[in-house]
Design a protein around this ligand. Structure first.
Ligand code: IPM
Ligand code: MN
Length: 356
């Protein structure tokens, strides 16, 4: 018998339930194989519940999540709910109140996956973005003056605390060391314009760098870095950045690793409850058609296991996913996979069981 974990499951909206049930199916196969146990508690937070009750994510649920080992989420976003309500009320509320201050987003091109980058392959595209996840422009600081008048002023402030910046950078240095690849940490900023926020980031980065002589430090302005991600992705190992830049560059990252069908992320509180999710949204257009790619969700489960210290079990999932990609899938894109959503999950399960 392996260890036992309490996992909160939030299928959410749109294609979220379809992809998450494949992820749960895969975790159950991992249990059969390794003995690592999961007790799943289901929560129906999302657009439907909001439309029915007006509730997004109550604080009582946050308190329950604190008792869990991890939260596993499908997708949030409903076509009948005004944009922002569910994102802020569920996703950001969870990230902030559980203090999930790291958003970890690997950008890895698996063999057999198409990338839009010409002449680039799996050896070139393998890096991780460490995105600060509780501050910056997402902090919700700002307001209106004279709203609705011709003299209106709208302020949206980027909040960067010494403590918040430092813990994010320290996590990135440690992660880069543990990852043990190129041992290079790139700070992505905009020191030439954001002369307060990124002055702080750069000072702390240089300071912490002294504690990590084994890690090469590197800096790129966010705009130039976007260009390098396309032209020279091989120059990256670990990238650390603030919340907004991290949001933007990880969509670019997802694109070069084969799209939203495969991109997964973890919202991590190293000493609390972390949450794992596909980076893509609820894809209303594909909902219920059984054509959405569940691999991003399955890989989010893989990241969850890795985070829980179950590296071997995580490795089983990754190996199985790689075999399914190479042997059975035509594309990572929804409706182009040559398989249904559940068939992709079935293949992953089959390889986990079979050891071949
Ligand atoms: C993401 C999403 C969210 C974000 C939205 C839905 C609030 O784009 O996880 O990247 O901006 O963080
Ligand atoms: Mn995003």
């Amino acid at each position: 018998m392996g260890k036992e974990y309490e996992v909160g499951v939030i299928p959410g909206d749109g294609t979220g339930p379809e992809v998450l049930s494949e992820g749960v199916k895969v975790l159950k196969a991992v249990t059969e194989k390794t003995g690592v146990q999961f007790n799943f508690t289901h929560y129906d937070f999302g657009g439907e519940r909001y439309l029915r009750t007006g509730e997004t994510l109550p604080n009582s649920a946050i308190d329950e999540f604190r008792q869990l080992d991890a939260v596993y989420l499908g997708a949030i976003g409903h076509p009948d709910v005004k944009p922002g309500i569910l994102e802020r009320g569920i996703l950001l509320h969870m990230r902030f109140s559980l203090d999930q201050y790291i958003n970890l987003r690997p950008v890895k091109l698996y063999p057999g996956v198409d990338t839009p980058l010409k002449d680039k392959g799996p050896d070139d595209i393998d890096f991780v973005v460490v995105r600060e996840n509780t501050e910056g422009l997402y902090a919700g600081s700002g307001g209106f003056l004279r709203r609705g008048t011709p003299d209106e002023v709208a302020l949206q402030e980027s909040v960067n605390t010494r403590r918040g910046v430092e813990r994010c950078l320290r996590y990135a240095f440690e992660y880069c060391r543990r990852r043990n690849k190129k041992k290079k940490l790139t700070l992505c900023g905009k020191t030439n314009v954001l002369t307060y926020a990124f002055d702080l980031w750069e000072r702390v980065f240089d300071e912490l760098g002294q504690d990590y002589p084994d890690i090469e430090t590197d800096y790129g302005h966010v705009d130039a870095l976007c260009m390098w991600m396309v032209k020279n992705p091989e120059r990256f190992d670990t990238i650390v950045t603030d919340n907004m830049f991290g949001d933007i560059i990880t969509d670019l990252g997802a694109t070069i690793q084969g799209g939203m069908g495969i991109a997964a992320g973890g919202n991590i509180n190293p000493v609390g409850t972390s949450m794992f999710e596909p980076i893509g949204g609820s894809a209303p257009k594909y909902t219920g058609k059984h054509v959405i790619n569940p691999l991003a969700s399955i890989m989010a489960g893989c990241m969850m296991l890795d985070h829980l210290g179950e590296e071997e079990a995580a490795g089983l999932i990754e190996q199985a996913v790689m075999k399914v990609i190479q042997g059975h899938m035509k594309s990572m894109e929804a409706s182009m996979m040559g398989l249904s959503t559940t068939e992709v999950g079935d293949w992953v399960v089959k390889y986990i069981r079979s050891d071949v």
